[in-house]
Design a protein around this ligand. Structure first.
Ligand code: ARG
Length: 473
């Protein structure tokens, strides 16, 4: 291991204890290493602006930080147990390449605000990806709500046949749910969009750090002003992001449940694209919906991450090393969650209905509610109408299409208002793009190039999350 940043003469370092303290840090810190580098550049710029670094020193640091990022991406630099953590690795490399300029970069910062800012930037990127996948899933569901509007199917409550519903209504529900999830991702992203860099160990420093500059340069919406608040937000912001992810995952879990029921022979409503199914090692006849079950099961990783972080936060204010544990939980939860969600748009696009089986599952009892409401509409008090319509003698097979067409309460099959959902979906996307494109953001971000870089990063991440998800299926 390279020399420990904090090592003092006369205090022996025990390898086993060091291994315990470092934990999986060098592996975990790979996850946000590029964000740590980006924040280090902004910090160095800030130091130059207040005279701690000379212009040439800053130029050298920026050059070497870019080179380190490139080497990390290409695999020429590996963050491994030669270092205590990612933060030490950055400083060690800069010092090795630049001497004193490298030794100056940590002026006025602590690993406590360094890990906070790197995690915060990482979270903002992940929430942008969450927003994008939720929108994409909503878009597919909405398209299919329009296309499959005329397909009748049973509507269930308590898993018992209840009333006639339609594939269109089923789809519209998921469309709206995923629009809400996208909006929640966007709003959570705005909620955590605060720059902790410059809070140092949690109490500020005796330097007039240019925090306005680092806030703008890193594209944050605001500064996390109080140095003591910065540490209070560690874990709390991670939890908020996991909750936003959890709400999309909750919808995914219920949707996966529907599909696993609907693909069973007992229902037979849905045919999954073959690529989402697997065979059995012993039963030659089987095609199993494993991908759907793993999507459903991924919820557990997100819930576990939330629980683990929440348990950690039983702490007094200020930094505590316990907080390090939050990283593994966060990366695992987001890794599993986004990977599962990324499959969803393609799955939804390709799944096929079996309209005959859906129609065959409608029975005369499912028009009893229509009948009761019809009688009430003619003037009978609803409770009397209900009693009459409860009599099986009065149940008759009817035309399901007519039942659906008469369901004119807003949001039901006769008045689904898909155009309203379409507007909300468009607005949910536009707003995030607008954040990136506004002149103020451009100004804050320093240049249009930085804006373009961020957007390219999101798009790359979205594609890689989707590619790795598809590899699994
Ligand atoms: N690995 C640490 C973490 O994730 C970095 C901060 C270390 N700070 C400290 N005072 N030891 O929390």
């Amino acid at each position: 291991m390279s020399d420990l940043l904090w090592q003092k003469p006369g205090i022996a370092v025990d390898a086993r204890i060091q291994a315990f303290l470092a934990g999986d840090d060098v592996i975990l810190d790979r996850e946000f290493f590029l964000h740590d580098i980006a924040a280090s550049k902004a910090h160095a710029e800030g130091l130059q602006r207040i005279g701690i670094l000379a212009a040439e020193e800053l130029a050298g640091l920026e050059r070497e930080l870019d080179a380190l990022a490139a080497d990390f991406r290409s695999g020429a630099f590996v963050l491994d147990e030669r270092y205590e953590d990612g933060h030490s690795a950055i400083e060690a490399r800069l010092t090795e390449r630049l001497g004193d300029a490298g030794k100056r970069i940590h002026t006025g910062r602590s690993r406590n605000d360094q890990v906070l800012v790197a995690t915060r930037l990482w979270l903002k990127d992940r929430l942008a990806v969450l927003h994008a996948v939720a929108r994409e899933a909503a878009g597919v569901a909405l398209g299919r709500a329009e296309a499959d509007a005329g397909l009748p199917m049973p509507g269930y409550t308590h898993l018992q046949r209840a009333v006639v519903s339609s594939a269109g209504m089923w789809w519209a529900g998921w469309a709206e749910a995923f629009i809400d999830d996208a909006v929640r991702a966007r709003d959570t992203r705005a909620w955590i969009d605060a720059n902790p860099l410059g809070s140092a160990a949690g109490y500020g420093v005796n330097l007039a750090l240019d925090r306005d500059h680092t806030t703008a340069a890193l594209g944050f919406g605001r500064m996390q002003v109080s140095a003591t608040c910065a540490q209070l937000s560690r874990g709390k912001f991670e939890l908020a992001a996991l909750e936003a992810l959890g709400s999309a995952m909750l919808d995914l879990r219920r949707l996966a449940w529907d599909l696993s029921l609907f693909t069973s022979a007992e229902f037979g409503f849905v045919a999954l694209p073959p690529r989402y199914t697997t065979g059995s090692s012993i039963m030659p006849n089987k095609r199993n919906p494993d991908a759907i079950e793993l999507m459903r099961g991924s919820y557990a990783s997100v819930a576990a991450a939330r629980t683990e972080i929440e348990q950690l936060l039983s702490l007094p204010s200020g930094y505590h090393r316990d907080l390090q544990v939050s990283k593994g939980a966060l990366f695992h939860g987001f890794g599993k969650g986004l990977q599962a969600l990324a499959l969803l748009p393609d799955l939804l696009q390709r799944m096929q209905w079996n309209p005959e089986a859906m129609r065959a599952a409608l029975d005369p009892s499912m028009y009893a509610t229509d009948l009761a409401v019809e009688l009430a509409r003619q003037g009978m008090p609803f409770r009397d109408a209900y009693r009459q319509a409860a009599d099986p003698e009065r149940w008759q097979a009817r035309d399901p299409e007519a039942s659906l067409a008469a369901r004119t309460s807003p949001g039901a099959a006769g008045d689904p208002r898909l155009a309203v959902l379409r507007e909300r979906l468009d607005a949910a996307g536009r707003e995030l793009v607008l954040v990136l494109e506004t002149a103020t953001y451009r100004q804050r971000a320093g240049s249009a190039t930085r804006v373009a870089e961020r957007r390219a990063t999101w798009e790359r991440m979205l594609r890689s999350v989707q590619a790795s998800a598809l590899d699994l299926a």
